[in-house]
Design a protein around this ligand. Sequence first.
Ligand code: SF4
Length: 353
Amino acid sequence: MNSVITRRKTRPIFVGNVQIGGDAPIVVQSMTDTKTHNIEETLNQINRLANAGCEIIRVAAPTEKDALALKEIVKNSPIPVIADIHFSPRIAFIALESGIHGIRLNPGNINDEGKIREILQECKRKNIAVRLGINSGSLEERLLEKYGFPSGEALAESALNWSEFFEKVGFTNFKVSIKGSDVLQNIQANKIFAEKTDIPLHIGITEAGPAGRGSVKSAVGLGILLYMGIGDTIRVSLTADPEEEVEVAYQILQSLGLRRKGVEIISCPTCGRIEVNLPEVVKKVEDKLKNVKQPLKVAIMGCVVNAIGEAREADIGLACGNKSAILFRNGQPIKRVSEEEMVDELLKEIEKM
Ligand code: SF4
């Protein structure tokens, strides 16, 4: 895999059997949107997400009923489970009894150092990893007064203070997430924090929006951080099916050469030179290959202008021309195919591979 990105050196932690940080690949996470106490629905969604490539799943535990459901969920989940806890130490302690692999805490909304210490001691005893979450919405009064508003510096300072607190009470099995209200604030906060510690970072653009806009916003924010080498695990937050979050996360990582999964389609935007219905060909190929898990680069180009160069980069592809195309594999032309048969011929060749 070609990547020019030098990743920040971080200390590794484990959420269940999944390593985050150190030399591990960047881990893709998502979050269920079912009611956690509906165990069957939640597990069905976790299974679908795991199939889509999700490597760690977070589930909300807003009530005692949800926390009590975790045991059964953890027992049957194919991937490690993180319980998302806000406000209530009592619910945190119930979750810690369930066998969960990780817990997400925002100390800012628990706001009780004694309780946080107790939770960390229990996590240490049970080898449960913690995600220390810092959000612009729950920043300490003192920092709001100092900075006037939840700036990137204020968020980074809060994250550094809480990390120091965790370490002081002897707890090191944690990663940090810093979520600002906009992309630039996020980038600034993560950058400041990353320069000062080797603690692994969970990155994401919170409340990014619906699938289209949210994907663009996430790609920009996460893309810049990842390019700087920052980020050990990511979640793309979309107002959409969580499976789309996983798909977009991989596309972002793939476009930076940080992970490869499934089919990557390289296709041209088309122009006045086009002599086949390229959008239709691309759509058909994309649909047919959507369940392929192995990394595969497929180039589908409208004409020969850029096709030769792209062919060299791709595993397989089509260089279209006048109602026909040249099918190529590993940079070498194999045969000429008509417009009607090009999709089937391409798929046949992929099958052979
Ligand atoms: S590959 Fe050919 S058809 Fe596609 S945009 Fe470029 S010049 Fe136009």
